[in-house]
Write a protein that binds this ligand. Structure first.
Ligand SMILES: [Zn+2]
Length: 246
């Protein structure tokens, strides 16, 4: 399914947005309400890759990020836990997010080519930076989106080039942490700041397919859909807020 009318939470900043996406719960549970991660409840509500490892440590998990608190002990992070089999962090703040995104994609392509991951997470940060530096209406912003589109294409090509691809069942999920205003800013509760895209592409669409469901999709659906696709039974005791949408 694809929706360009999906919703993120009311706090349209990256800390709560990415936390909600990769954990599957809203900020009232994961505890991150801005880009200070120190009050996080990640021990109770882990990212979906850590959740996979807790359910069955034989899952082969991989994450690459270039916003440091997502991967390292920065600002109260990391969002992605240390039980993940391979976790790579590039410092987009230091080297620039355009360079760091490229390195992230190279690392993910290498891993998809040389290893046998069950679940892969790739973070691309450059578009947000360009949006702040210019605006959502600037040609540079569109160019940054096009560059990310090429990078997503490289990742999909790497999946399809796997020797065992015909025997595998990949679900590709893509979304973002928040929308933004025409001036490039975000953080408020306006509809344009809360509106995001949600894309799920795989071989086995389920009965929920449809782009105009009034009740979402929501950013918290990403992690729950990923867990479900990997055959994990969602335990109600986990308190996840998302639902399966693919
Ligand atoms: Zn931003």
């Amino acid at each position: 399914m694809f929706s360009d009318q999906a919703r993120t939470g009311e706090e349209t900043v990256s800390g709560p947005g990415w936390s909600s996406m990769v954990i599957g719960v809203w900020a009232d549970k994961h505890g991150v309400h801005n880009n200070d991660f120190t009050e996080n409840a990640y021990h109770q509500y882990p990212d979906f890759l850590t959740r996979l490892e807790q359910v069955d440590s034989t899952f082969n998990t991989f994450a690459v990020v270039d916003w440091p608190p997502l991967g390292e002990q920065v600002d109260g992070g990391p969002l992605f836990g240390d039980a993940i089999d391979v976790k790579v962090t590039f410092d987009g703040e230091e080297m620039g997010y355009d360079v760091a995104d490229s390195l992230s994609v190279v690392a993910a392509v290498e891993h998809l080519t040389d290893a046998d991951p069950d679940a892969v997470f790739v973070y691309l940060g450059y578009i947000d930076i360009v949006g702040h530096d210019t605006s959502s209406l600037d040609p540079l912003y569109l160019a940054a989106i096009e560059a990310a589109d090429v990078q997503v294409g490289q990742l999909i090509a790497a999946v399809r080039a796997r020797a065992s691809y015909q025997d595998e069942d990949w679900l590709i999920l893509m979304s973002t942490d928040h929308g933004r205003r025409d001036d490039g800013g975000h953080g408020g509760q306006s509809l344009e700041e809360r509106t995001i895209f949600y894309l799920a592409s795989g071989a086995t669409p389920d009965s929920l397919t449809g782009i105009d469901r009034p009740d979402g999709p929501f950013v918290v659906d990403v992690a729950v859909t990923a867990l479900d696709h990997l055959g994990v039974a969602i335990d109600p005791a986990w308190g996840l807020d998302g639902t399966v949408r693919r």
